[in-house]
Design a binder for this molecule. Structure first.
Ligand code: CA
Length: 435
């Protein structure tokens, strides 16, 4: 009897210890805007759009001026975010693994992105966090495959509210890219509801925080805003495209304020890393969405992939910094995994790096050669230098420190550097084996 009692005490202590160490793990909230440009926020210099909540997040934390999405479009960036590496490395599933319907669609539409998806064999960020005791949720856009095979809950998310595809009507939640069917999910079931997408996702985010306040969680709030269609909260109010776009950003800002307030109210702010970023540059729409950057969504110029990034963690990340470290979307997996006390398994090459040391201390060096590849367009970055090319041809060499607007092509002045960058990029392509 006594022996049983001691075993019980020991077990209880072990359980309590496990609960304690897991309770100390920080929560992670990643708020990713869709197609939000470098110049669209007050804290990035916009004078027309009012974003007090996102600006406050930056004031209380760190704002990066040289953050880049892995791709100039939604899906490539999201694949890199999920896997911690260049999306070109991602495994795509074979035809025979797909449902018969999707196999048929893929045959008919080989070039349609929506007939594809990342392999469920991939090691993913939510899976790593889930295995480390985190409750994980994706609220909003998935866009890594339409087939049931590619459902986000097959990749380590415990909960899903939102849509599978590229975008939905903000009011009816019918897909606007691809299928034109209702695309609004509650976990694995399509279930429509009334409401403006940005507001619904915000409401689910605060519920999720409230429900999970006593355990570590990973909340991936993958907002639709400010992707098209251009729609404000009240469809009966007629506004110009510019006014509507401004409203969409401002409602997104309200969402950030509501989420931050939910963390504060539940006394979680000091144990939560909040990151706000975008998945690629904007579609040209006015309100100085891209500041003075050249190019827009889809482009290899800075306007396609240099986007806002803010990290906030009171007491851990010093407040009020502006940091020019070069960071990419794929860096979030190793950063979050480290916080959760885990790492990607062997055999899963990671291209990203843990950026927390650089967020805490901007004087630390984070020198890397970085690459972008989209169709036949490519870019390679080494320090302040960036070479852009198409197919086999280099086209433009710029010094980003002196010329962020990419106006002066220095290829003729720097032939040796061009040669070196071409070589580095070829080497990278042969390493990642673009699929
Ligand atoms: Ca996007």
């Amino acid at each position: 009897m006594m022996r049983c009692f001691f075993i019980l005490i020991a077990l209880t202590q072990a359980t309590m210890h496990a609960a304690d160490s897991s309770a100390q793990k920080p929560n992670i909230v990643l708020i990713m805007a869709d197609d939000l440009g470098y110049g669209a926020l007050g804290c990035y210099g916009n004078k027309e759009v009012k974003t007090p909540n996102i600006d406050a997040l930056a004031t209380g934390g760190v704002r990066l001026t040289d953050f880049h999405s892995n791709g100039p479009m939604c899906t490539p960036t999201r694949a890199a975010l999920m896997t911690g590496r260049y999306q070109q490395r991602c495994a795509w599933v074979d035809d025979e693994e797909l449902s018969p319907k999707m196999r048929e669609q893929r045959k008919e539409n080989l070039k349609q992105r929506w007939a594809w998806g990342i392999s469920p064999q991939e090691q993913t960020l939510p899976r790593l966090l889930q295995q480390s005791g985190y409750r994980t949720a994706i609220l909003g856009k998935w866009h890594l495959g339409y087939d049931s095979k590619f459902h986000p809950m097959n990749y380590g998310f415990d909960e899903f509210r939102g849509y599978i595809g590229g975008a939905v009507d903000y009011h009816t939640h019918v897909a606007t890219h691809g299928t034109e069917e209702l695309d609004w999910w509650h976990d694995k079931t399509i279930e429509n509801e009334t409401g403006y997408t940005t507001d619904l996702l915000t409401q689910y985010a605060t519920h999720f925080i409230e429900r999970n306040k006593s355990r570590p969680f990973y909340l991936y709030l993958s907002h639709e805003a400010v992707h098209d269609p251009l729609q404000g909260r009240d469809p009966s109010k007629k506004k110009s495209p510019r006014e509507t776009y401004k409203e969409m950003i401002e409602v997104l800002d309200e969402s950030v304020g509501t989420v931050v307030e939910a963390l504060r109210k539940n006394k979680l702010a000091n144990n939560t890393l909040v990151i706000f970023c975008s998945d690629n540059g904007p579609v040209k729409i006015g309100v100085a969405a891209n500041a003075s950057l050249k190019g827009s969504k889809g482009s290899m110029f800075e306007g396609g992939h240099r986007v806002p990034f803010i990290a906030n963690w009171p007491g851990v990340i010093p407040a009020g910094q502006t940091n020019s470290q070069t960071v990419m979307s794929m860096d979030l997996l190793p950063t979050f995994a480290k916080l959760a006390g885990t790492s990607a398994p062997q055999g899963h090459p990671i291209d990203g790096v843990d950026i927390l040391p650089f967020l805490k201390d901007p004087s630390k060096a984070n020198d890397r050669v970085l690459h972008w590849l989209f169709g036949s367009d490519w870019a390679v970055r080494k320090g302040v230098w960036k070479l852009i090319g198409k197919g086999d041809r280099p086209l433009t060499l710029v010094n980003l420190e002196a010329d962020i607007e990419e106006k002066n092509n220095l290829m003729k002045e720097q032939p040796e550097l061009v040669g070196e960058l071409i070589q580095l990029h070829r080497q990278w392509i042969s390493e990642v084996g673009d699929r």
